[in-house]
Design a protein around this ligand. Structure first.
Ligand code: 5CA
Length: 451
């Protein structure tokens, strides 16, 4: 096995500029913590650089999204960030998109733009390559940077101008098959967000500039959410489809979606207190963050852009389409909004930048240094992701930084404990601490039994 040496790092050699002070410009906790934990830095308004720790989280989120898209039968490709204005004139959206679109002119005076989404480009790719109904259904996705010149970029990566998005596009012969494609993505979304430790609520939504007649937003509950949420409390403990969910069983998928859409769940745009069918004692009123949005819009793009196939009877049919977005970079902030305490982030294991933070309480002490080096090497060789704080700093500084960064496990090695052969293992989430022998602690972290 080739080991990835970026998975086991020493803090003295790692670019992790944490901040003690709270940055004045950050209004919400995830923005504050991402700056303080050295995950991101602002490049210009609504545009961020992702530093090594932040990038690890971003890549973990991206990978979960990818695995669940692939499982649902979508295929990954990669389209460019820069698109031609002509393409957007064909759909009529070049003018509709207004000032949110960043328009660019190249040296030949050709009008270009930084893509805010990709319905046009993917439809063009489809239209030039796919000619027969036999090639359907088809769902293509990519994970790529987008740009929307938001009037008020704010809250760090939660509402950026440049942001990282997964966008998938489905192509089907008729509306019924399009509904199946929609259900597949719906189910994949339930699984995707659950894997990140999030409780998500799908809500009937407006379609906005994407258009279409069926749409759901996926929101996670968090006090700082931009949308007000009204939903039946049943959503708080609905069952998420298991890993083995059969995407080939269309009836089973329809049943899952029916269950998850049976109860009342809307944002403020669609809520009408007078007409709300849920009794007050069963209605959850909260705030939420939109982490995904899916749309079914039929032939809205296929018609103007000529995306048609030959049907089984030889007739030409405009394909039925849907599009399905996930805010990958927004999720890094949204997960912090959902999982943190006063001391810092509390990463779910699935998206944590490292699983273990190794804290040497007395750098320079021979016994501590030797024990830590051994533990570090063992964890590294077992393929564990570990950040070893080997700085010559006070214990208090190291503890505060570890809590701020929020790795799931902290392994604390000090001179007193070592004398009696023990180290301390702390779980960041609950704060429980346990004194264990080095062997037992390592066994716990690597999932092996202590000998
Ligand atoms: N074409 C469709 C689906 S692919 C689309 O663009 N949908 S969207 O506008 O709803 O965006 C998809 C997701 O991207 C949103 O649910 C949200 O999580 C994320 N997103 C949208 N705008 C921003 C932004 N300014 N900053 C960060 N994330 C954003």
């Amino acid at each position: 096995m080739i080991r990835d040496s970026s998975n086991a790092v020493r803090r003295t050699r790692y670019f992790l500029p944490t901040l003690k002070e709270t940055p004045a410009e950050a209004q919400i906790v995830s923005h504050r913590l991402m700056l303080r934990a050295g995950m991101i830095r602002q490049a210009s308004a609504g545009i961020y650089s992702w530093l090594p720790l932040g990038m690890r989280v971003l890549k973990k989120i991206e990978q979960i999204v990818r695995e669940e898209q692939n499982r649902a039968g979508a295929q990954e490709l990669l389209m460019p960030t820069i698109q031609s204005a002509d393409l957007w004139r064909q759909s009529g959206r070049y003018d509709d998109y207004g000032k949110e679109m960043l328009r660019i002119t190249d040296r030949h005076e050709r009008e270009m733009l930084y893509g805010p989404t990709n319905e046009e480009l993917i439809t063009q790719i489809f239209a030039s390559e796919v000619k027969s109904y036999r090639d359907l259904p088809l769902n293509l996705y990519h994970i790529q940077w987008k740009f929307r010149d938001e009037v008020r970029p704010r809250f760090g990566v939660m509402r950026g101008r440049e942001f990282y998005m997964k966008d998938a596009y489905s192509f089907d012969l008729d509306a019924e098959a399009g509904r199946v494609a929609y259900n597949k993505m719906f189910v994949a979304y339930l699984r995707t967000f659950a894997r990140m430790g999030l409780k998500v609520i799908p809500m009937r939504a407006d379609t906005g500039p994407i258009g279409g007649d069926m749409s759901h937003e996926f929101l996670i509950l968090a006090e700082t959410g931009e949308s007000a949420v009204y939903c039946h409390k049943a959503y708080l403990d609905m069952e998420v489809p298991a890993e083995g969910v059969d995407y080939g069983n269309h009836d089973a998928l329809a049943k899952i979606v029916a269950g998850w859409t049976a109860e009342y769940a809307v944002t403020d745009e669609m809520h009408d207190a007078a007409a709300c069918p849920v009794p007050a004692d069963q209605l959850v009123t909260a705030r939420g963050i939109e982490v995904g949005h899916i749309f079914f819009f039929g032939t809205k793009y296929s018609e103007p852009m000529g995306a048609k196939v030959t049907g089984p009877g030889g007739e030409e049919v405009f394909v039925e389409m849907g599009s399905y977005g996930i805010g990958v970079s927004r999720l890094a902030g949204a997960i912090i909004e959902a999982c943190h305490d006063d001391a810092g982030a509390i990463w779910p294991e699935s998206v944590a930048p490292f699983q273990v933070g190794l804290v040497n309480l007395r750098q320079g002490d021979d016994a501590c240094d030797a024990a830590c080096s051994d533990i570090f090497a063992t964890l590294r060789d077992a393929g564990q992701e570990v950040l070893y704080d080997d700085r010559d700093e006070r214990a208090g500084v190291k503890f505060a930084d570890m809590d701020l960064i929020g790795l799931p496990w902290q392994l604390v090695v000090g001179p007193r404990g070592l004398k009696s052969g023990v180290v301390e293992l702390k779980r960041r989430a609950g704060g429980e601490r346990e004194e264990l022998s080095v062997e037992s602690a390592l066994a716990r972290l690597t999932g092996k039994r202590a000998s």
